[in-house]
Design a protein around this ligand. Sequence first.
Ligand code: ARG
Length: 465
Amino acid sequence: MSTVNSEKLSSARFSEATDEFVEIFTASVDFDQRMAQEDIEGSLAHARMLHKIGILTQQELEDIITGLNQISQEIRNGEFNWSIKQEDVHMNIEARLTDLIGTAGKKLHTGRSRNDQVATDIRLYLRKEIDLIKQQLTRLQSALLDLAEQEASTVMPGFTHLQVAQPVTFGHHLMAWFEMLKRDRERLDDCLKRINIMPLGAAALAGTSYPIDRFMTAELLGFSRPSANSLDSVSDRDFAIEFTAAASLIMMHLSRFSEELVLWSSAQFDFIDMPDAFCTGSSIMPQKKNPDVPELVRGKSGRVTGHLISLLMLMKSQPLAYNKDNQEDKEPLFDTVDTLLNCLRAFADMMPHIKTKKDTMRQAARKGFATATDLADYLVRKGMPFRDAHEVVGQAVKLGLDSNRDLADLTLTELKQFSDLIEQDVFDILTLEGSVAARKHIGGTAPETVRAAIKTARAELVSDE
Ligand code: ARG
């Protein structure tokens, strides 16, 4: 493989060697070698197509296939000698191919450019990674369904403004997280539709004068179709931005999820017990058990959103068609993929080991006058206008606060002083179980509704895979 400056790409046009620092500064091989297998896959399809249209002989095609397969093995075995002199993954592989098979290797680049090549590689790479991301998402979603099923009738306080609002079931709360992840999954599927379009054939920017068969390469590579405009094909990176936006939303959801786990595992809430294997101790305070995993995931969400902004700014104001700026798309994209995969994996691994502390959850719901709205609804059902009922319940809550008791602990006589409409049956609705059971419409928190929602979700998840 060439390792001297004078053998650099396009050398004939240049009378001076590239500045040594510029060579390092402009190279991308350190990071884009990650797309090596996709690059080879794209080249194999391109070579088959060139053979079909008569540009490569049978022998040349066979040599290219053998050479590329060998390179693929060398890379897998860690034996490939990556060189900065060859700038990027594409040039490194092509140079090695020519070393291995001679002239046929030099013919591979007929009718294509690194511009359509790199755009194709990123799409192939992202398509594969999204499959892996979806697998982790599925693991997390099914772990959530399992826990939700187990906790379908566990009562906890529901919050607004982080103040106790109304009782909910823990299963219902878990299903809220499930719904977020379900939309996240839909967004990934939707962005896959636009990722799966093939730029190859756009060449540098204007297409090529060879009679290429783009439908053939698209089919060989599993793309749904060739792209419709060559200028757009080599410069478009909005598929990557879209993916990073979808990833940012997933990370934002995981950060909310993390925040709740951190709060709930604190001594102040004490709603859950986090598995030891996902926590660490403190080097100085022996009593500490820190929820490191959710904290780290919460922190990493900022990093992915940062990548989204980087990519948006990278594309902003770029004139058509390809610009070297685009080389900067890879690191944010790769880090987004890694971060997202790791965070989803950590959550999916952790979820089945979370232990619920039902008693503290229940006590917390009792303490916060969580059934106040139920009392108001009760009065409304007995004919009182809602605003008046709101006022009556306010008085009852005040009495509870003054005497340090929940609404269900007040006596009938005490309650009656606020309204004659209150009878013995009020105690049915002042219980936490009565409150949650009453909310049995679609989307409500009643255990039976939650169980039905889990059943539907499970069926959808299976059919999605
Ligand atoms: N390394 C380049 C990138 O990542 C490949 C395309 C280079 N094309 C070019 N005309 N310099 O975008």
